[in-house]
Design a protein around this ligand. Structure first.
Ligand SMILES: C[S@@+](CC[C@H](N)C(=O)[O-])C[C@H]1O[C@@H](n2cnc3c(N)ncnc32)[C@H](O)[C@@H]1O
Length: 377
């Protein structure tokens, strides 16, 4: 057993690394890959858990229209998209990745049905270079790539995984479950960080306007009652701080909704992983290959948009190509100027695609989905 002191130090170190990485959006984390321990001890019980793939028809249609056959599904989940692609695209083959051990188990099961057409891979986006290399996949060789971001219903609807504020369970939220021994859980974060770090997480990953007040309340609750171990404890603490519980559109949502989102993004390093995935997509797709990304909140969508529309992540505001060329220093070399005008991606649509009214009605989780797609130039 690690002492609490060592655990606090570890969480603090990992947390400060998250922030450093956030400032360098484009830097992938391949250098800090940890060894996966294929530990299957605490596989969650998923009886009854089910994930409905979002905008499945649109995804298959895009790959079909562009003649994609060799496709990587980076977010296999329960395999809804992969299955639809295998069934809808004759002669297609899929490299199916997921960091969640349960999703990997499901992908391995599907591989048994399609032994020549599906290869299950376990790991994170930042593990892609190693995983694809082990399969002999070279840069510039894939026709299509899909990322359907966020958590799956299997993760959200299984109380033991600790993602959902409506289901009591351990405050965990690690998509990798307990594969990576050094990865802090949401409980480690909530119980180890000081007020200003917690507030920074709530502000940065959920744009929570009451970030400081909630962080202060958590510190006080820790002092009064000891360690916060469960989703219900955290949800109650935030609720008792008093809030209207109304979202921007005036609809009711639990006051802790944004806090849970922020912790999940932080624990799983989701935004850096997404940046990495988009860089990897560009590397592994062939010229003319298509990348499809479905995002579920504005932070994710902003990153996808910035990649596909060539907006520098460090720029305060987005500049048009003309403005960039105009602002280029006279000393800029011809190469640098050419680089400015060379587009890495060609977006397939001007605007994001949204699910149909029917889909939103039959699958409420699809309501916040935004689909963007782009061709590699
Ligand atoms: C919304 S679900 C995908 C559902 C899937 N498209 C389906 O039809 O069942 C997102 C999945 O992506 C996985 N995931 C999220 N971030 C990841 C990352 N950085 N690396 C690998 N998998 C990731 C999650 O574990 C989850 O299973």
């Amino acid at each position: 057993m690690r002492s609490e002191f060592i655990q606090r130090l570890l969480v603090k170190k990992l947390c400060s690394r998250h922030f450093q990485h956030l400032q360098k959006h484009f830097i992938c984390q391949t250098a800090v890959q940890m060894n996966d321990l294929h530990n299957t001890r605490s596989r969650p019980d998923v009886r009854g858990a089910f994930h409905m793939p979002v905008m499945k028809t649109e995804v298959v249609q895009i790959f079909l229209q562009h003649g994609c056959r060799r496709i990587a599904d980076l977010t296999f989940g329960a395999g809804g998209h992969s299955r639809a692609i295998l069934e809808g695209l004759e002669g297609s083959s899929i490299l199916a990745l997921d960091r969640d051990p349960l999703a990997y188990q499901l992908a391995s099961q599907l591989q048994q049905h399609f032994p020549d057409r599906l290869t299950a891979l376990e790991g994170r986006f930042s593990d892609l270079p190693r995983l694809l290399e082990s399969q002999g996949v070279e840069g510039g060789s894939l026709d299509g790539l899909l990322m359907d971001l966020g958590a799956s219903s299997m993760q959200m609807d299984t109380g033991q995984r600790g993602f959902a504020l409506s289901l009591d369970g351990p405050l965990d939220m690690r998509m990798d479950a307990d594969k990576l021994p050094d990865q802090p859980s949401a409980a480690d974060v909530v119980n180890s960080l000081d007020e200003s770090d917690l507030a920074a997480i709530f502000r940065k990953y959920a744009e929570e306007p009451r970030a400081h007040r909630i962080a202060h309340g958590i510190i006080q609750a820790r002092a009064a009652y000891g360690r916060i171990n469960t989703t219900k404890q955290l949800a109650d603490i935030v609720e008792n701080l008093g809030s209207s519980g109304l979202d921007k559109l005036g609809r009711y949502s639990h006051p802790a909704t944004r806090i849970f989102q922020a912790l999940r993004i932080f624990v799983n390093n989701e935004l850096n992983e997404l940046n990495c995935a988009l860089e990897m997509a560009h590397h592994f797709l062939k010229l003319g290959g298509v990348c499809v990304a479905i995002s579920f909140h504005s932070l994710e969508d902003r990153i996808v948009k910035r990649h596909f529309h060539e907006i520098d992540l460090d720029e305060e505001k987005s500049l048009s190509l003309k403005q960039k060329v105009r602002l280029a220093r006279p000393a800029d070399s011809a190469d640098e100027l050419q680089e400015l005008t060379l587009k890495r991606w060609q977006p397939l649509f001007k605007k994001v695609r949204l699910p149909s009214e029917d889909e939103m009605a039959s699958n409420p989780r699809s309501r916040s989905a935004k689909l963007r797609a782009a061709i590699k130039n």
